[in-house]
Write a protein that binds this ligand. Structure first.
Ligand code: MRU
Length: 348
């Protein structure tokens, strides 16, 4: 697979080159962003998407503005505002901007911002590895002595990260240890990140997977075919509430009803201790045509239908069995346990 994102130096750059996720799985095509407005547009269109990689895009975006000699503060604002829910975007932008300012801006600032973006990229890849190990161990404890049948929603693999991803990185680790009986992949309407992206990654990696319509998850759980549900997160509030792709909350309710563990996998950069609870998380509302058309240009609703299209929903902490981070596992999911895991004081 082409890299999810990469920095290009002159003569091809400076540029941030994205694997255009809107074209997958049909075509593996790169999208070259040589200026920040193009990158902002790519973020809004979901050519690059998923919380951790949005942080990287934000940081490299600041480096791009600095390398071009643009108004860096303005570019940073437009990047941060491109999407509101994933806290990683603002985090990545801030880290690169702080590095730029710390050396007084200019060419030295451009080098510092780029170095910071690269450092964040490395950290994110390392976090993926640690989450995968912690998550696999957690599942072995929760589901002892049997191969796992795991259900996931949206896309949380290498396409969302500088490394292997979050929830899908755990699934990959389970698969590599020979313990994955089946990965159930929710198609994830309306933009089909499950069907287009998770199935693409699972197929490439030889995982035994089956795709299902989101509405089929209930009967699948009722039939006893799911041992655990694993998802990622776009923002985790201080009280442990989890904002993730719309459709995650109903899965958590179903999982609780059927006595199945509901596990969230996310780096600590996705935890926002400044957001007190789920009600304080801004949920992105997306355009009507994403629901009213099955794929772009193919309408499935009467012209002019009013549409409710939140990109995310919030799952209360009480429905989450565990939050797996690179610094360890918070379980039960309570405000003190979330704070402890973020402070890094759990054994890693
Ligand atoms: O709208 P998207 O595709 O950016 O939404 C992505 C998700 O909801 C992912 O599940 C989330 O970012 C976690 S990925 C680590």
């Amino acid at each position: 697979m082409l890299p999810t994102l990469r920095w290009a130096e002159p003569p091809d750059g400076p540029a941030l080159v994205l694997l255009d996720q809107t074209r997958l799985p049909g075509a593996e095509v790169e999208l070259v962003c040589t200026e920040v407005p193009r990158l902002v547009e790519a973020i809004r269109a979901l050519a690059v998407r998923g919380a951790p990689v949005l942080g990287l895009a934000g940081a490299y975006g600041v480096a791009l503005a600095a390398a071009r000699g643009d108004d860096v503060a303005r570019a940073a604002r437009s990047l941060s505002d491109a999407r509101p829910t994933a806290v990683n975007l603002g985090y990545g932008v801030r880290r690169a901007l702080d590095a730029y300012r710390a050396v007084g801006g200019g060419p030295a600032g451009a080098s510092a911002a780029l170095a910071e973006a690269r450092a964040l990229h490395r950290e994110d890849a390392e976090a993926s590895e640690r989450m995968a190990a912690h998550g696999r161990e957690l599942l072995s404890g929760l589901l002892p002595g049997r191969p796992h049948r795991l259900l996931t929603h949206c896309n949380t693999g290498a396409l969302v990260s500088g490394g292997g991803g979050t929830a899908l990185a755990v699934v990959r680790a389970v698969h590599e240890s020979g313990e994955l009986e089946r990965l159930w992949v929710d198609e994830t309407r309306p933009l089909l990140q499950g069907a287009r992206l998770t199935a693409y990654e699972a197929a490439r990696e030889g995982m035994p997977y089956s795709l299902l319509a989101d509405g089929a998850a209930g009967s699948l759980l009722a039939a006893g075919q799911v041992d655990a549900v694993l998802i990622g997160a776009d923002r985790i509030a201080a009280d442990g509430s989890v904002a993730n792709k719309v459709g995650s909350y109903p899965l958590a309710v179903l999982a609780r009803h059927h006595g199945v563990p509901f596990v969230v996998v996310a780096p600590t950069t996705t935890v926002d201790l400044d957001t007190p609870d789920g009600g304080a998380i801004e949920i992105e509302q997306r355009p009507a045509h994403e629901v009213a058309e099955l794929i772009p240009g193919v309408p499935v609703a009467p012209a002019g239908a009013r549409v409710y299209n939140p990109a995310f929903d919030v799952t209360p902490a009480a429905l989450v069995t565990a939050v797996v981070t690179e610094r360890g596992v918070a379980s039960p999911v309570t405000a003190p346990n979330i704070a402890t895991v973020c402070s890094g004081s759990l054994p890693q």
